[in-house]
Ligand binder design. Structure first.
Ligand SMILES: Cc1ncc(C[n+]2csc(CCOP(=O)(O)OP(=O)(O)O)c2C)c(N)n1
Ligand code: SF4
Ligand SMILES: [Mg+2]
Length: 351
């Protein structure tokens, strides 16, 4: 029924957030994805997170590449800015937009093909530059849109729908993001909204490069026995290291926990990430330990989920480049161009 437009009227009793918006105000068009596709659950989690954070939709810029996953920004935040780029090129367009206007919240939505295959170079540079963004990879291990070829995140030894075994080693975007210097790195599962919504909220409040790799089963091409990205496999092999409570800076911290069970991390904007430890000895503040832990679980075929690493005091690209506080697109010609005398002085300095 995707030809039907969503009704514009809201029931008057729908709950509203502090900005006076209902959840419906954060929706987009009716999804055209296959019924049961994990990507639709991620869209629902994004809607929930933005509604709960009282984000004004016009303050968000959604950018994506090409793929079923990259189509999803059409299905949420219909009142936000959107840019559907060329396949694998979302990170560079997002970086440019972020440099021009630092005042928006940047949401990059991509697929495993879009980010780990054709867009791997772009992914790497956005992470190492610390672009202030929430980058979500909707990871199903296949190119869903082009009918199910293995992507670069498909595990070695996993089987296609027709029984072909993948002989290539998998690229783990979480491990790469950690190695490249991303400052908020998480993995989740589209079927675990309780875990995913607070992870998205924490990422949106984070200043720096935030990656959430979300295992998101493709029901059409990668949901069979032998796949390591199917609903059944992920449910059976999912090991959460922590549970995240996200507390916006306006909310008082009230709940009581036993000492040692909870770690609180305060972010730049004053919000608090409260990490309830589930895995003994797991330290989300230790980049090297996180990499070792993830690799150890991966070698046993287990999928580690939760907030895997956070550096709440990281600097973002604007701090690296010492840009002015005002968005560059708000500066006039005189402010942007220092003039001929300054150019002559710079040239003389280089002589
Ligand atoms: C330059 C270019 N090469 C190849 C394609 C064909 N193509 C479209 S989507 C896609 C893969 C999408 O896979 P992924 O990013 O994992 O998204 P999914 O559909 O699985 O969500 C490919 C190869 C294209 N559109 N453009
Ligand atoms: S082909 Fe796969 S990824 Fe694409 S919409 Fe269908 S289930 Fe989702
Ligand atoms: Mg894919």
């Amino acid at each position: 029924m995707t030809y039907l437009a969503k009704p514009k009227l809201h029931h008057p009793t729908l709950p509203k957030n502090a900005r006076g918006f209902t959840r419906r105000d954060y929706e987009g068009r009716v999804s055209t994805l296959c019924a049961g596709c994990g990507h639709d659950s991620i869209s629902a989690a994004l809607i929930q997170a933005c509604w709960e954070l009282d984000i004004e939709p016009h303050r968000v810029a959604k950018l994506s590449g090409i793929g079923c996953s990259s189509k999803t920004p059409d299905y949420f935040l219909g009142n936000s800015h959107g840019f559907n780029t060329v396949h694998g090129r979302m990170p560079s367009v997002l970086t440019g937009a972020n440099l021009a206007n630092r005042d928006l919240l940047y949401l990059g939505v991509s697929g495993d093909g879009d980010s780990a295959s054709i867009g791997l170079g772009q992914f790497a540079h956005a992470m190492r530059r610390g672009v202030n963004m929430t980058y979500i990879v909707e990871n199903n291990g296949v190119y869903g849109l082009t009918k199910g070829q293995f992507s670069a995140t498909a595990d070695q030894g996993s089987k296609s729908k027709k029984g072909v075994v993948n002989t290539d080693s998998a690229i783990d975007l979480v491990a790469m993001a950690l190695q490249l210097g991303a400052s908020y790195v998480a993995r989740s599962f589209s079927g675990d909204k309780e875990q995913l919504v607070p992870l998205i909220k924490g990422a949106l409040a984070h200043r720096g490069a935030a990656l959430i790799d979300v295992i998101s089963p493709c029901v059409a091409f990668n949901n069979h026995a032998g796949s390591t990205k199917s609903y059944d496999y992920v449910r059976a092999h999912n090991e959460a290291v922590n549970r995240l409570d996200f507390i916006p800076n306006r909310d008082a911290i009230t709940a009581m926990y036993a000492p040692g069970e909870v770690i609180e991390v305060q972010q730049h904007d004053g919000s608090v990430l409260r990490l309830r430890k589930l895995s003994q000895g797991y330290d989300a503040g230790d980049r090297i330990a996180a990499m070792t832990h993830i690799a150890a679980f991966e070698s046993r075929g287990e999928i580690l989920t939760g907030l895997l690493f956070v550096n709440a005091s990281a600097e973002d690209l604007h701090e690296h480049l010492h840009t002015v506080d005002a968005p560059l697109n708000s500066l006039n010609a005189a402010e942007l161009c220092p003039g001929a005398a300054m150019l002559a002085a710079i040239n003389a300095d280089m002589a």
